[in-house]
Design a protein around this ligand. Structure first.
Ligand code: SF4
Ligand code: SF4
Length: 316
């Protein structure tokens, strides 16, 4: 591990949700993580005690190659409106997208913190009046503020740590890997496989209800939330049920369907708490499941369900 690493965090079109999530990181907390890994925090809009003039001086020093920038973390969508000027989101009279473009060229690693920076997120949902983009993707399509070919000084594309907000352990985990210079395989949307290769469905305490097709039609009960209540757990890449939030909970454990917030197409233009179906079969099936197999299995599963499952005697 080299001694003088640095991190700059910039908020573009953001609600600060990822910052709030980052502040919930535990074992280590984010400040402990920085200290343990000897990372100088050059700027964070909520954590830095220095005046904004210091931020400006550090930006200048980075752009003039007088200050090394290891990690550039961007939170929020890249606001390109009106008419491509970016002036809907400006800093010191200049478009923030231009500043981000310039700083990106100086960073060893460029990290999209959250779904907005990764893919555009909620701000880029139709009609997208401020013309928001992700850093290197727009929804599922390659190409955002930066071209698909863009690579950082260390040869990596934008590392997309998606989530609305991102899970704090994903942030500290990914930064740890980069600090230790471990290989970081990325999936087709540049999300690290280490944190985005399993589904929210995995580890869900309602899984046995799902397997036996015991569905709920209203909230507050124990069964699976997939068939009627819109749960995206079986098609959403995230660790939410294996790396619990605040170490204790997840949406599905609390009885709320997963909304699929880590995925490039979030938010989808459908009702959040209703499963779209063809007849009584969900129109989107768990990843990798073939429709004919699903149809054949569905009836059998319910018939084979043990009594304790049918009677919903298990804790949700
Ligand atoms: S509630 Fe969602 S995540 Fe949990 S088992 Fe059902 S479909 Fe999977
Ligand atoms: S459970 Fe789903 S909606 Fe909730 S944080 Fe995880 S991926 Fe996002």
């Amino acid at each position: 591990m080299s001694a003088n690493q640095s991190l700059m965090w910039i908020q573009a079109g953001a609600c600060s949700g990822d910052t709030l999530s980052m502040l919930c990181a535990e074992k280590p907390s984010f400040p402990e993580f920085l200290q343990q890994n000897r990372i100088d925090l050059l700027w964070h809009p909520s954590l830095s005690p220095e005046p904004v003039s210091t931020f400006v001086k550090r930006i200048d020093a980075i752009l003039q190659d007088q200050l090394a920038l290891t990690f550039l973390c961007i939170e929020g969508s890249l606001v390109t409106g009106p008419h491509g000027s970016g002036m809907f989101d400006s800093f010191m009279g200049k478009a923030k997208i231009d500043l981000i473009r310039q700083l990106a060229e100086k960073a060893d690693y460029l990290i999209a913190v959250g779904t907005c920076a990764s893919f555009g997120g909620i701000h880029a949902a139709p009609p997208n009046p401020s013309d928001c983009l992700g850093l290197q993707f727009t929804k599922t399509e390659p190409g955002g503020l930066l071209t698909p070919e863009w690579r950082s000084r260390k040869g990596l594309p934008v590392i997309n740590l998606s989530g609305c907000p991102l899970h704090p352990s994903t942030l500290t985990g990914a930064l740890s890997m980069l600090v230790q210079e471990l290989p970081m395989p990325l999936n087709q949307w540049h999300m690290p496989e280490m944190f985005f290769s399993t589904m929210v469905h995995q580890g869900c305490t309602r899984n046995e209800y799902h397997e036996y097709d015991i569905e709920e039609i209203e909230f507050g009960h124990e069964g699976c939330l997939f068939f009627n209540l819109g749960c995206q757990g079986p098609v959403t890449l995230s660790t939410c049920n294996t790396e619990l939030w605040n170490g204790v909970n997840s949406k599905t454990r609390a009885g709320t369907p997963c909304l699929g917030c880590t995925m490039p197409n979030f938010p989808q233009d459908t009702a959040l708490f209703r499963t779209k179906k063809v007849g009584d079969v969900p129109s989107v099936l768990p990843l990798g499941v073939e429709r004919p197999n699903y149809m054949a299995y569905k009836g059998l599963a319910r018939d084979a369900a043990p009594k304790r499952v049918v009677k919903r005697e298990m804790d949700p």
